[in-house]
Write a protein that binds this ligand. Sequence first.
Ligand SMILES: [Zn+2]
Length: 197
Amino acid sequence: MKVVQVKCPNCDLPLNMEMKDELFYCSNCGTMHTREAQRVEQIPYEIADFRKDTLIDNRVYIPFWRLCTDFRIRSRDVVGGFFDKLRQGLNGDNGSGSLYIFVPASHMDTAAFRYWAVHLTLNNPRYTTRADFAGTRRMPASTSRDEAIEMADFVALTLEAEKPGVLQYLDYSLTVQQAKVVYLPFMSSPSGLHLAW
Ligand SMILES: [Zn+2]
């Protein structure tokens, strides 16, 4: 593993930063930073608490980008699919509202990526937050914020593809208002990773 020493941009503490992780966390001041192109920027994040019965050794945090998006559906020709359902839930006649889109930030295979993006976007996780990681291992992030924002449309279209309606003509716009990292608690077991909150 390649490690490089950098200083926390917030408190100047020297940090050993894994080169493969897009996110770096300072345990001294509790800030998290991301590297985008040449700049280093502080980003908002949340750490979800584990269910109390999760064995400590099996605990792992997986980071996700939670994109708060402004979603507008201009077309009225979509009937029965995800977008239609979404449009009905959106404000009044102008067909706009906000939608939280979850994009896995860690590397995972395509099937797992789709599964978690769809599952978490349709069922936004509710959890209590905690202030630190308490030494729990966390998977490195391989998706930068800009890459996650670029994938928002892909996730929205995947949702429609999973639950297709009579899609005649689709005209929508999706604007990402805020990107936040959420570390969700998982439990590793022989059958794979399971949610643990
Ligand atoms: Zn710091």
